[in-house]
Design a protein around this ligand. Structure first.
Ligand code: 13P
Length: 259
């Protein structure tokens, strides 16, 4: 079985007080064994969030990571620092970092390898822009991003990561991919993994969908056989909305590994 994973990417939001209040709400509504629940606050709130999460099954992740463990890299946060503060996950290669901060497939690969080296679970984001989808380039873009980020990994390393399919046109726009569009992309990604590392590895890797997931559309997306969870932006800032998405994952049919 692939255990569903719902992660909240808080992006550049929330003060310490707001973060603690949100986590208090999540502890009341999202503390479950049936789904892996992760919150990814901004760096400034990680220590507070780690404290607030004590005694719950909700896990902590960061939104980015640098690839060196320490050194003269002003402004960067290392994988060892993330582990030290209590993170177990880290988002890598989010489209906002690719678009606004020059992240490339190559830097995504370095960050991903560093995360794996220091025992963080990387949530690797990939996805096409609207222009690329309209030009029928979705699968080409996904292949390039997968190849660029994952190309050199061993089977064991691939099995430890999580992929997030986040079509850029669906992020923060209120226009989510339809369940059929998400399933089509996820099935393509899984097949690419299986071709590269074998059917077993392809079946084992969890693939989240991200892009305007909310309480109303989560169930339809999570019912798709290759959609193993969600990476949630805006709706993760509301305990009520995020809890509804977690519930939809609890209620979705289990993702049996078929082979
Ligand atoms: P929204 O859910 O706000 O569209 O953001 C998705 C996202 O970018 C999660 O990483």
């Amino acid at each position: 079985m692939r255990k569903p994973i719902i992660a909240g990417n808080w992006k550049c939001h929330l003060t310490l007080q707001e973060a603690s209040a949100l986590i208090a709400g999540l502890k009341d509504s999202c503390d479950t064994d049936a789904v892996e629940v992760v919150v990814c606050p901004p760096f400034t709130a990680l220590a507070t969030a780690a404290q607030s999460l004590k005694g719950s099954r909700i896990r902590l992740g960061a939104q980015d990571v640098f690839w060196e463990p320490h050194g003269a890299f002003t402004g960067e946060i290392s994988p060892t620092m993330l582990v030290d503060v209590g993170c177990r996950y880290v988002v890598v290669g989010h489209s906002e970092r690719r678009t606004h901060f020059g992240e490339s497939d190559q830097s995504v690969q370095r960050k991903l390898l560093a995360a794996l080296k220091y025992a963080l679970v990387p949530i690797v984001c990939i996805g096409e822009t609207l222009a690329e989808r309209d030009a029928n380039l979705t699968f080409n873009v996904l292949t390039r991003q997968l190849e660029g980020a994952l190309g050199t990994l061993s089977t064991d390393e691939v099995r430890r990561l999580i992929l997030a399919y986040e079509p850029v046109w669906a992020i923060g726009t209120g226009r989510n991919a339809s369940p059929g569009q998400a399933q089509e992309a996820h099935a393509f990604i899984r097949k690419w993994l299986a071709t590269r590392w074998g059917l077993e590895a392809g079946d084992a890797v969890r693939i989240q969908y991200g892009g305007s997931v909310n309480a109303a559309n989560a169930a339809g997306l999570l019912q798709q056989p290759d959609v193993d969870g969600a990476l949630v932006g805006g709706a993760s800032l509301s305990a009520e909305a995020f809890a509804a998405i977690v519930r939809a994952a609890v209620e979705a049919p289990s993702k049996a590994i078929t082979r």
